[in-house]
Design a protein around this ligand. Structure first.
Ligand SMILES: [Zn+2]
Length: 263
């Protein structure tokens, strides 16, 4: 009987550690929150974010980010949510995703990008945090299922407000694991490639952001604290790109160039 318990415990432990480690290929990692619950939580999260941050209301900007987001969605592995894309008026260079497929881009990020491909790289990364459901995985690991269930049911508005604020720079309450960051990069390369964006734009933008961060650390603090741009990370992305078959890409930045001055 003793051995049986040990075996059960070992199996449980194996299951748990498999849940924590991230297999890059597997977008359906260990998740205690159902899709339906994540949608509910996502809607609450989005409302909270939009209470705290000003969404750019210009219909041209909205149409543009919708088009870019929808083009990227043609390249993702799964579309289990009703994805939304919004630009928030904030000069820091940052983007984030909340559970349930809601992606937010700071106007400062659009200013920092040189063309649509560079912007698409960061949106593709955030989008894939949503596709792989990293938000709910991370929340349950960090806060436990009981607390996340409270959030789903709208019972802990204070914590939700605090978490939302942390996404755009007020303290880092929720941070993804390194494994999740690597997976979001890995999937973003694939998404860009499939959607017709040159994934090398991700490398060039990462390098540029890294240089910017070294020149004026304050401007990128939030982005770098949640997304450390290490040389190892850039090389990992480059190695991923090198495995892809050659393809012709076209950067159509006409619309991007029209939107950027509005930021
Ligand atoms: Zn990330």
């Amino acid at each position: 009987m003793g051995t049986r318990i040990v075996i059960v415990i070992m199996l449980l432990m194996a299951g748990l550690s498999a849940g924590c480690a991230v297999n890059q290929e597997n977008i359906h990692g260990f998740n205690l929150i159902s899709l339906e619950e994540e949608k509910q939580l996502g809607d609450r999260f989005a409302r909270e974010v939009e209470k705290q941050q000003r969404v750019v209301a210009d219909p041209l900007v909205q149409a543009y980010i919708d088009r870019l987001g929808n083009r990227l969605l043609t390249g993702v592995r799964a579309r289990e949510f009703d994805y939304t894309f919004k630009v928030v008026k904030d000069n820091s260079v940052n983007a984030f995703a909340v559970p349930g497929g809601h992606v937010y881009v700071h106007s400062g990020l659009i200013k920092a990008a040189q063309n649509e491909t560079e912007l698409a790289a960061v949106v593709a990364h955030e989008l894939n945090h949503g596709v792989a459901r990293h938000g709910t995985q991370q929340l349950t690991q960090q806060y436990g299922l009981a607390l996340v269930t409270q959030l789903v049911m709208g019972q802990n508005q204070n914590l939700l407000a605090q978490l939302a604020a942390s996404l755009f720079g007020q303290g880092a309450t929720m941070t993804y694991s390194r494994g999740m960051e690597n997976q979001a990069d890995y999937l973003a390369v694939e998404t860009m490639y499939r959607a017709g964006y040159d994934p090398r734009g991700m490398v060039s933008f990462f390098r540029k952001l890294d240089a910017m961060g070294q020149r004026s650390p304050g401007s990128l603090e939030q982005f770098f604290s949640s997304h450390p741009l290490t040389e190892e990370r850039i090389q990992r992305v480059q190695a991923e790109i090198a495995k892809l078959p050659a393809k012709q890409f076209k950067d159509e930045s006409t619309e991007f160039n029209r939107i950027k001055p509005k930021m």
